[in-house]
Design a protein around this ligand. Structure first.
Ligand code: SF4
Ligand code: SF4
Length: 272
């Protein structure tokens, strides 16, 4: 939706983006492109902070009206009535709300209370995520318990610097795996190089300019472009193709059976 965000987290992967004020502009064009996709698609909106986009809720409404399931990744800082409106708009076909807990910005008690409140009213799947920095890692097991006590799933995400998982030591890697690994996949920095993957056919990354990529690693190295959804050049792939990347940070294809994750290689195996 946008690169704009009301936070400036120290570990934000977008903090070196030249312009943190970029917005998706041709929203009717995006909605038309997504609603004309063949089959049944879920659109996950992210940013920056997508709720900061001035057309966020109207776009959610348009996507839902087009029959799409809408999910969101958010820092969960918007007003309760705005979050409630999102839940209401998506109630007929709810997706996933991933609320990122940014410990540099929020007060934990208030965030837990807000998460418990939202979990009650949202019809879809709701989880809280937190980046496992070296500073936060010792706190995450307690936080996982606190969220579990109010019925909310808590997932951790490895910290990345320069686009790669930071140089955790073995003890830290084991702690992350004990917390469920990256987004509860059980893995930290898996590698599926050479394995057939449906990314590009059933999973696509689209940026705020409409540029479409097979997956995050493909976008990172500007390989395997799928065209642009706004200018008519967008083409989905027809089936699985071998993974070309050493490290996969796309948890959706891993979780939804688009790539065989059995016996995955780990770029950063814990050896202790
Ligand atoms: S809330 Fe997310 S997008 Fe915003 S600064 Fe933090 S990590 Fe970056
Ligand atoms: S396994 Fe991961 S990195 Fe490889 S093509 Fe699929 S989504 Fe991309």
């Amino acid at each position: 939706m946008n690169t704009t965000c009301n936070y400036r987290c120290s570990y934000c992967t977008q903090r070196f983006v030249d312009d943190r004020k970029q917005w998706a502009k041709d929203l009717p064009g995006f909605v038309a492109a997504f609603t004309s996709l063949p089959g049944d698609w879920e659109i996950k909106l992210s940013g920056g902070e997508p709720f900061r986009h001035p057309r966020f809720l109207p776009t959610v409404a348009d996507l839902v009206a087009g029959g799409l399931r809408v999910s969101v990744v958010t820092n969960f800082s918007d007003k309760p009535e705005t979050l409630e409106r999102f839940a209401h708009l998506t109630a007929s076909r709810p997706g996933i709300v991933s609320a990122s807990l940014h410990l540099e910005y929020v007060q934990v008690d208030a965030f837990v209370a807000r998460a418990a409140w939202f979990a009650e009213l949202f019809a879809g799947s709701f989880c809280v995520t937190c980046v496992a920095t070296r500073d936060t890692l010792p706190r995450l097991a307690d936080l996982q318990e606190r969220f579990a006590a109010v019925g909310v799933r808590f997932k951790v995400q490895p910290e990345k610097q320069d686009r790669d998982v930071i140089d955790y030591d073995d003890g830290e890697l084991l702690q992350i795996v004990a917390l469920g690994g990256h987004n509860a996949t059980g893995r930290v920095a898996p590698s599926f190089t050479g394995r057939p993957c449906w990314a590009g056919a059933r999973y696509v990354i689209v940026d705020h300019r409409g540029a479409a990529w097979r997956c995050y690693p493909s976008r990172r190295v500007r390989a395997e472009s799928l065209g642009n959804v706004l200018d008519g050049s967008f083409r989905l792939r027809l089936g699985p193709e071998p993974c070309r990347y050493a490290y996969c940070n796309c948890t959706v294809p891993q979780e939804r059976g688009m790539v065989d994750t059995a016996d995955a290689g780990e770029l950063r195996p814990a050896t202790a």
